[in-house]
Design a protein around this ligand. Sequence first.
Ligand code: FEO
Length: 169
Amino acid sequence: MLSKVIETALNEQITIEFESSQVYLAMASWAEVQGFEGVASFMYAHSDEERQHMLKLLKYVNERGGHAKVSKLNAPPVSFGSFKEMFQNLFDHEVMVSGKINNLVDITLKEKDYATHNFLQWYVSEQIEEEALARNILDKLKLIGGDKGGLYQFDNNIKMLTVETTDNL
Ligand code: FEO
């Protein structure tokens, strides 16, 4: 059985994961209307992944005798400046999420909820991967700069990356 403190904290994380899914969906749509199919499919896949993160938490809360809440979400931005700015935004967002997960882990220790502590380890590893991926993409974009041909090539390459990432799900 979850304590009220843990239940509330996990419910907050459900909202964060759901909002992450919304942010990446908005990025996907923005990239799509600019004609960058690769970046759009990467973001659509990433948005789906975040929805899975949200569902995994939701099911865990209910399984442990809590009640997962589906709350109102903040609307994400409509446009994202440039790819570099968008991926910087993605990286910053993931760093924020990692901080929230770490905070949750801390709460489980204080509450002596070792089952939830164990459950959250999956999220800890996932955040390491997501931050590394975002950093890697940002490094590539910094190299490309404003070069149009480079961006076209980047769009093609990220399409392959999406296939690999989705295969690893
Ligand atoms: Fe589910 Fe990217 O944090």
